[in-house]
Design a protein around this ligand. Structure first.
Ligand code: FE2
Ligand code: FE2
Length: 254
């Protein structure tokens, strides 16, 4: 059984709230009586993309489980690389940060959907070509989970929908060519959500630092977008021996 913990939007910013909540989530994972296949963090790692924030994030996110992390709209590709992927020395520090984990019986392709200087997302042509090659190089009996920060569909969350991943028809066309692309995993929305994209599950991890206020929870037009009183949460994606994906969501006590 393959179990991947999916954490998102820790937004480390030097304040106690983000640090305490991230520490609580990682402590919970560290204390599990089970070795996870990976801890996947889908972006918005450092709230302002500074080296100091990444130094704290690196420490907090390191556990006994393998760590996989991609940038979000709050991240800075160059600072992210330097702190979290020091062994990587790209020719261009601002090239997209794309990574693949080839585990026993599964593959995670982690795509950079961030656009430097912008809040909305897009998979650059270079990233789509890279993803196409990863899928083509993977035998069809292996499930491939494709992860990124920005969900490529609206989630009925007006504030987030405006800054979702755009250009998604290119990703849908790519998915049509690769039947072993099992599911899409995303963050960014700060709410645990499940929908579909290109005929596959699209599973959105909740935010660690805060939760989004959904339109039907909103008491008035001037209410803030965020809920600060809900606990941090995460997702567990489980791949069974038959390759079928099941997702569980958990809250964590700080
Ligand atoms: Fe975020
Ligand atoms: Fe985000």
């Amino acid at each position: 059984m393959i179990v991947i913990a999916h954490v998102s939007d820790v937004h480390i910013d030097g304040e106690e709230r983000a640090t305490d909540r991230t520490r609580a989530v990682l402590r919970y994972l560290e204390e599990l009586p089970y070795d996870l296949s990976a801890v996947l963090v889908t972006g918005d790692v450092a709230d302002h993309g500074t080296p100091d924030e990444y130094a704290v994030a690196r420490k907090l996110l390191t556990s006994r489980h393998p760590l996989l992390v991609c940038p979000g709209n709050h991240d800075d590709r160059a600072a992210f690389r330097k702190a979290l992927l020091p062994e990587e020395t790209p020719a261009l520090p601002y090239a997209p940060v794309n990574q693949v984990l080839r585990g026993e019986g599964f593959v995670v392709a982690l795509c950079d959907s961030s656009v430097p200087g912008e809040h909305q997302g897009l998979l650059e042509d270079e990233t789509l070509e890279w993803l196409d090659a990863v899928l083509a190089d993977t035998p069809h009996e292996l499930p491939v989970l494709v992860a990124f920060h920005h969900p490529p569909v609206p989630l009925h969350t007006p504030y987030v929908d405006e800054i979702r991943q755009f250009g998604e028809e290119r990703l849908a066309a790519l998915a049509d060519r690769h039947p072993h692309l099992t599911a899409f995993l995303a963050g960014h929305a700060h709410t645990a959500a499940a929908t579909t994209f290109a005929g596959r599950p699209l599973l959105v991890a909740p935010g660690v630092v805060s939760a989004l206020r959904l339109p039907w929870e909103n008491p008035g037009p001037d209410s803030p977008h965020v809920h600060l009183d809900l606990p941090p949460a995460l997702a567990f994606h489980v791949l069974g021996d038959d390759g079928r994906l099941t997702t569980h969501y958990r809250t964590v006590t700080v």
